[in-house]
Design a protein around this ligand. Structure first.
Ligand code: DGJ
Length: 722
C-alpha cells in the first residue's frame, strides 16, 4: 500500500553553522525534520519524501511526524506537549487550522529581535476546544535554537494548564545522555547513561533548579567528549519548578524536551488569558566545546551582558562569618584595597537580630546594636578606598524569629497545615502578596540608595515546599518565580548601575531565566580548588567564565578541610569572575605577595578570559585536566594544566592545547607565577627553553606534561607570532 502524499511544505532556517528544517502543515504545529549541521544553499525540499516513513498516521502506534508540541490526539503515546482541561473537557487538543509566519529580526514583524536571528511563529486554533496555541522557534546568529509555546483560552473561563512542554527530536546516533546532579557544596557533577526507551526526566520541585539541577541535558554519539562526538542538548531557562527530559518511544522518536512543572491550579486561564512556557534553549556541536560555545556567544550578544571589566571581589563570608566587628571589617577593607581589590562585599549578618542563622531574615534594617552609625562608616571607607560596595540580602526569606514574621505572619507561604517545615530555620515570603512585595522592594531599594550599594549578593537558602498563597490556599511557586523576576527587574530599573549576583546556598539557582536579569552566579559554597575544577568545568557548559563567581579561599578549605597551595587556589579562581574569600589579617606576607601577583595577572588577562572561546582537551591521562581560553582573534590564549589525581602513568604523558588557529605559529611558555608548581624536578624542553609550534601541532601532537604533584597546576600561554 502506498502512503498518502504529504502536501506539507518545508522551511529551511540557517544561522551560525546550524540548519533547522521544519515541516509546515495547515492543520499541525511545526515538526523539526533536522536540527544541527548546516545543510548548505541547495534546496532541501526533497527531504520531506526522503525522510517520511512508509506507514501512515492512521495507525496510532506509528507517528510519521511529531510536532514541536507532541500531540496525543495524533497518536503520540509519550508525554503530551500540551495537557490541560476545562473542568475535565477540552483536554484533547486538535487543530482546525494552523498558520505559520517566518520572521527576521529587525524587520517590521520582529523589530526588537536580536541581530541576525530568524524565527518561525505558528498559531494553531482548536476551535472546538476553544484554545489558541502558539509556538515560537528561534534560530540565533550563534546557531543556538530557542523554543517556547503559549496557550490562550478562547473559550469559557477555567482552562487549567497542567503541562506545556515543547520537544526537539534528535537522531538515532544520539544514544548516550549526559546531565548533571549534585548537592550543596558539590554542584554540577556529571552523570551519563544510555538513551533507552522511556523517559529520563530531571525534575525540580523546590521552586528553583536546585543544587542537583540537570543544568543541561545532552544526547550524543556514544562516548562524546569535549572535542569529538556530535551532541545535542537542552536547558530550561526558568528559575522555578521545571523538568528537562529525554524521551524515546518504540516508534523510534528521540526527543529532548522541557517545561515548567505546574502544581494543581497554579495556572487556570480566564477567557482571553494565556500562559507561556519558559524558553527551552537548545544547542549542538561536534563535541561539548562547540555546544557550549554557541550558548556563550548567544549570552555575550545580549544587551545586558556585563561589559565592564569584572572587578576583583573581596567577600567577607569565609573571612568573618557573623562576626561583624566594625574595626575588623574596616581593616579588612584597607587590606583588600591595598592588594588591588575593586569590590568589597559585606555578607550575611548586618541586619537586625542576625547574630547567627536562627533569626532576623526579613528585618532589612541595619542592626543598630552592631552598627550604631549604620553601614555608612564601612560603605564610605570602601568607596573612599576606590572600591565598589556590595551587600548581602536574602529577599525571599523570613525567620519566624523576626519582627516581620511576628507582625505579618500572613505574608509567609503556607497551606492548610501552616507554614510547613523550616529549612535553615527559615521560611519563604509570598512575593505575590502585594504588601510583602512592596515592603521588600522598599527596604532593598532605600538601602541601595542610602549606602550607594553597587552590588547585591542575592541569596536563597531553602527550597520552596508547602508554598501556598495563604489567602486562597492555592500553590504559588509559579507566581513567586515571576514575582522574583519582577522584583529584580524593578530594582534594576530603579538603580540602573546596580549589579546582582544569583546565589542560592551556592549554585542552586543557575539558569538562563535568572541570568537574564543578574550579572553572575555563585558557583558553589565550596571553594576548594580541587572541587572547583569540576564544578566550574561543568558550569561552563551553560555559562561563560565572566558569569561564574570564583573565589580564592584560605589554605585549609572550610568545606572539605583540604589543604591546598595558594597557586592552585588562585590558578583555579582566575578562570571566572575572580574574588577572595579569606581573612587577609591572618594571611602571611608571602601569601599576600603571591595573592597580589594573582590579582595583577587576573587584571591583565580578564579581557581575554571574558571574551574568548572556552576549550577543553579530552583527557589522554584522566588525572590531568586541560582547559583554556583562546582569544576571539586567535592571537593569544591561556591554558590550565591541572593534576587532579595521583597519575597512573609516570611521566604523565602528553598534553594537547586545543582550539588554536591550526595555521598560525605560537610561542608557548609557562605563565608566571605558576612555574613554582614545577619545584626542582626535571622539566620538559619546552618549559626550559620555550617552543614555537603551529596551532595544529599543539592541538594534535601536544606537549610533554610537566611532572606535577597532585592538586597543583601550571598555566600555559600560547601567543601567536604571525
Ligand atoms: C549561603 C551562601 O552561599 C554563602 O556564600 C553565604 O552568603 C551564606 N549563605 C550566608 O548565610
Amino acid at each position: 500500500m502506498t502512503a498518502p502524499i504529504d502536501t506539507a511544505r518545508l522551511l529551511h532556517l540557517r544561522r551560525g553553522g546550524t540548519s533547522v528544517v521544519l515541516r509546515l502543515d495547515d492543520t499541525a504545529l511545526p515538526c523539526v525534520l533536522h536540527w544541527g549541521t548546516d545543510l548548505g544553499d541547495n534546496p532541501v525540499d526533497d527531504l520531506l519524501p526522503a525522510v517520511t516513513n512508509p506507514l501512515g498516521d492512521s495507525d496510532v502506534y506509528v507517528q510519521r511526524f511529531v510536532s514541536i508540541l507532541p500531540q496525543h490526539s495524533h497518536g503520540w503515546l509519550g508525554q503530551p506537549g500540551l495537557l490541560g482541561s476545562r473542568a475535565g473537557s477540552s483536554w484533547s487538543v486538535d487543530y482546525t487550522s494552523v498558520s505559520h509566519t517566518h520572521q527576521e529580526a529587525g524587520t517590521l514583524e520582529w523589530p526588537d529581535g536580536p541581530a541576525g536571528a530568524v524565527r518561525l511563529v505558528s498559531e494553531g486554533i482548536d476551535a472546538v476546544g476553544g484554545l489558541a496555541v502558539t509556538t515560537e522557534i528561534e534560530l540565533h546568529a550563534a546557531g543556538l535554537v530557542r523554543v517556547r509555546a503559549s496557550v490562550r483560552n478562547e473559550g469559557a473561563p477555567g482552562y487549567e494548564v497542567r503541562t506545556l512542554e515543547p520537544a526537539l527530536p534528535v537522531p538515532a546516533t544520539a544514544d548516550e545522555l549526559l546531565d548533571m546532579t549534585g548537592r550543596h557544596t558539590r554542584e554540577r557533577t556529571p552523570q551519563r547513561r544510555e538513551f533507552g526507551h522511556g523517559r529520563w526526566a530531571r525534575e525540580s520541585w523546590g521552586g528553583r533548579p536546585g543544587h542537583d539541577s540537570a543544568t543541561v541535558l545532552c544526547a550524543g554519539a556514544r562516548g562524546f567528549g569535549f572535542r569529538s562526538g556530535r551532541v545535542w542538548g537542552v536547558h530550561l531557562a526558568w528559575s522555578g519548578n521545571g523538568v528537562v527530559a529525554a524521551e524515546q518511544t518504540s516508534s523510534g522518536w528521540r526527543l529532548l524536551r522541557g517545561g515548567e512543572i505546574l502544581l494543581p491550579h497554579e495556572v487556570v486561564l480566564g477567557t482571553g488569558d494565556s500562559y507561556s512556557s519558559p524558553w527551552l534553549v537548545a544547542s549542538w556541536g561536534e563535541g561539548l566545546d562547540p555546544f557550549e560555545e554557541r550558548i556563550h556567544r548567544f549570552l555575550r550578544a545580549r544587551p545586558q551582558h556585563p561589559s565592564t571589566p569584572r572587578p576583583v571581589i573581596l567577600n567577607t563570608w569565609e573571612a568573618v562569618y557573623f562576626d561583624h566587628d566594625i574595626p575588623r571589617l574596616l581593616d579588612l577593607a584597607d587590606r583588600a584595597a591595598d592588594l588591588g581589590v575593586e569590590r568589597f562585599v559585606l555578607d550575611d549578618g548586618w541586619f537586625r537580630g542576625r547574630r547567627n542563622d536562627h533569626a532576623g531574615l526579613g528585618d532589612w534594617f541595619v542592626d543598630e546594636t552592631v552598627w550604631p552609625d549604620g553601614l555608612g562608616p564601612l560603605s564610605t571607607r570602601v568607596h573612599n578606598l576606590g572600591m565598589q560596595f556590595g551587600l548581602w540580602f536574602e529577599p525571599e526569606m523570613v525567620n519566624l524569629d523576626s519582627d516581620l514574621a511576628r507582625s505579618h505572619p500572613e505574608w509567609l507561604f503556607g497551606t492548610e497545615h501552616g507554614p510547613g517545615i523550616p529549612s535553615r530555620q527559615q521560611h519563604v515570603l509570598d512575593l505575590a502578596n502585594p504588601e510583602a512585595f512592596a515592603y521588600i522592594f522598599g527596604r532593598v531599594s532605600s538601602l541601595v540608595a542610602e549606602y550607594g550599594i553597587d552590588y547585591i549578593k542575592w541569596d536563597h537558602n531553602r527550597p520552596l515546599v508547602d508554598a501556598g498563597h495563604q489567602a486562597d490556599g492555592i500553590a504559588g511557586v509559579h507566581n513567586h518565580t515571576h514575582e522574583v523576576y519582577r522584583l529584580i527587574d524593578e530594582l534594576k530599573n530603579a538603580h540602573p548601575a546596580l549589579e546582582i549576583e544569583s546565589c542560592c546556598g551556592g549554585g542552586g539557582r543557575i539558569d538562563l531565566g535568572i541570568i537574564d536579569r543578574t550579572d553572575r552566579v555563585w558557583v558553589s559554597d565550596c571553594i576548594d580548588a580541587h572541587e572547583r575544577q569540576r564544578m566550574q568545568r561543568y558550569t561552563s557548559l551553560l555559562l561563560p567564565p565572566e558569569l561564574q563567581g570564583t573565589h580564592v579561599g584560605s589554605e585549609v578549605d572550610h568545606t572539605t578541610h583540604r589543604v591546598l597551595d595558594l597557586d592552585y587556589r588562585a590558578g583555579t579562581a582566575i578562570w571566572g569572575h575572580f574574588g577572595i574569600e579569606w581573612d587577609l589579617a591572618i594571611a602571611d606576607d608571602t601569601d599576600l605577595a603571591r595573592l597580589r601577583e594573582w590579582i595583577d595577572l587576573y587584571k591583565e588577562l580578564r579581557g581575554m578570559l571574558h571574551t574568548g572561546t572556552v576549550v577543553h582537551a579530552d583527557p589522554t591521562n584522566p588525572a590531568v585536566w586541560v582547559e583554556g581560553v583562546v582569544a576571539e582573534d586567535g592571537a593569544d590564549s591561556l591554558f590550565r594544566v591541572a593534576m587532579l589525581d595521583h597519575t597512573l602513568t609516570w611521566p604523565p604523558g602528553r598534553t594537547t592545547l586545543p582550539g588554536l588557529d591550526p595555521e598560525r605559529r605560537y610561542r608557548v611558555s609557562v605563565q608566571a607565577p605558576t612555574s613554582r608548581a614545577l619545584g626542582d624536578r626535571p622539566v620538559p624542553g619546552w618549559v626550559a627553553d620555550g617552543v614555537v609550534l603551529t596551532g595544529r601541532a599543539l592541538g594534535e601532537v601536544g606537549l610533554a606534561t610537566p611532572l606535577l604533584d597532585v592538586d597543583t597546576l601550571i598555566l600555559v600561554r600560547a601567543t601567536a607570532i604571525d
